[in-house]
Design a protein around this ligand. Structure first.
Ligand code: NAP
Length: 283
C-alpha cells in the first residue's frame, strides 16, 4: 500500500501551531512577530510568491511588511534597506525574494542580512551551523521535507537515502539534515554516472533537480520513500515534479504529489523560522 503524503494538510497543521505561538508572543511582548520581505522589480512569479507569504503571515497572526523596490534599485540602496531592517527591533525576520535583477549581487545581498534575522537560512553562518548540527534557522524547503518525514512517522536511522541535486537551496542542506537523522546519504548530480544503480539501493529518495519526470517507477527500490521537490511547468501550463507520479506511486511506500506535497511546506517553514527568530531575539 502506498501512502500519499498530504503536504497541504501537514502545512496547515504547522501554520496552526505557529499561530498559537505567535499569539503567545504577542501576549508576552505586546507586538506580533514581524517578517519583512523585500521584492526588487515586478517579476510576476515573484509577486505571487511574495503575496502568498504576506497572506500566510497575516493568517498566522504575524506582521508582514512587503517592501517593493523598483527594478533599477542600486546595490547600495538595497543594502541600506537591509541595514535599516537589521536594526529595526520590530523586524524579526528578513527575506529577499529571489531571483534579483541581474545587476544585483545576490550573494552580497543575502550575506548582509543579520544571521539571526535570516529566515531563509541562506547566510553562510546559518549554513555553517547546519553542518555542525547547531542551526536555529535552516533553509525552509529542506526543513519542510524533514518535517513531512517526521510527521509521517518515518524513522530514518540506518536507511540509505539518495538526494538528487546538490544546490545550496535544497540538495546540500537536505543531505545534511538526513545525515543528522542517521541516514546514509548519497548526493547525486548531473555528473553522477549511474543514477539508476544508486536509486535501486535507496530506501529514501529526495528529488530536487528541476527536470520533469526524471525519476520513474522502474528506477526505484520497491517500498522506497519518495519526496519530490521539483516544480516544473509544462507547455500546457500544468505543474509536475521530478518524479513520474503514476509509475513511482506503484512502487513507493510513501510519496509526495506535485502540487500538494513539498511545496506548501516551504511557506509553513518560513512562518516557523520567523517565529523561531522572534523568540531567539526576544528572550
Ligand atoms: P538547481 O539549483 O538548478 O539544482 C539542480 C540540481 O540538479 C543540480 O545540483 C544539478 O546538478 C542536478 N541535476 C541536473 N540534472 C540532473 C540529472 N540528470 N541527474 C541528476 N542530477 C541532476 O535547482 P534547485 O534550486 O535545487 O531546485 C530544484 C527543483 O526544486 C526545481 O524544480 C525547483 O523549482 C524546485 N524547488 C521547489 C521548492 C518548493 O518549495 N517545493 C523550493 C525550491 C526549489 P549539477 O550541480 O551538477 O548541475
Amino acid at each position: 500500500m502506498t501512502t500519499i503524503i498530504d503536504g497541504k494538510a501537514i502545512a496547515k497543521e504547522i501554520r496552526k501551531e505557529v499561530k498559537i505561538d505567535a499569539i503567545s508572543f504577542f501576549e508576552k511582548h505586546g507586538r506580533k512577530p514581524g517578517l519583512s520581505v523585500i521584492l526588487v522589480g515586478d517579476d510576476p512569479a515573484s509577486c505571487i510568491y511574495v503575496n502568498n507569504k504576506q497572506k500566510a503571515c497575516e493568517k498566522a497572526e504575524m506582521n508582514a511588511n512587503t517592501i517593493k523596490l523598483p527594478k533599477n534599485t542600486s546595490m547600495d540602496e538595497l543594502l541600506d534597506v537591509i541595514d535599516s531592517l537589521n536594526t529595526d527591533k520590530n523586524v524579526d525576520g528578513i527575506l529577499v525574494q529571489l531571483p534579483l535583477p541581474e545587476h544585483l549581487n545576490a550573494e552580497l545581498v543575502l550575506n548582509r542580512i543579520l544571521p539571526e534575522k535570516d529566515v531563509d537560512g541562506f547566510h553562510p553562518i546559518n549554513a555553517g551551523q547546519l553542518l555542525q548540527n547547531k542551526a536555529v534557522l535552516e533553509p525552509c524547503t529542506p526543513k519542510g521535507c524533514m518535517e513531512l518525514l517526521k510527521r509521517s512517522g518515518i524513522s530514518l536511522s540506518g536507511l540509505n537515502a539518495a538526494v538528487i541535486g546538490r544546490s545550496n537551496l535544497v540538495g546540500k542542506p537536505v543531505s545534511m539534515m538526513l545525515l543528522r537523522e542517521n541516514a546514509t546519504v548519497t548526493i547525486c548530480h548531473s555528473k553522477t554516472k549511474d543514477l539508476k544503480a544508486i536509486l535501486k539501493n535507496a530506501d529514501v529518495v529526495i528529488a530536487a533537480v528541476g527536470k520533469p519526470k526524471l525519476i520513474t517507477g522502474d528506477m526505484l527500490k520497491p517500498g522506497a520513500i519518495v519526496l519530490d521537490v521539483g516544480i516544473n511547468r509544462l507547455e500546457d501550463g500544468s505543474i509536475t515534479g521530478d518524479v513520474e507520479f503514476e509509475s513511482a506511486s506503484q512502487v513507493a511506500s510513501y510519496i509526495t504529489p506535485v502540487p500538494g506535497g513539498v511545496g506548501p511546506m516551504t511557506i509553513a517553514m518560513l512562518l516557523k523560522n520567523t517565529m523561531l527568530a522572534a523568540e531567539a531575539q526576544n528572550v
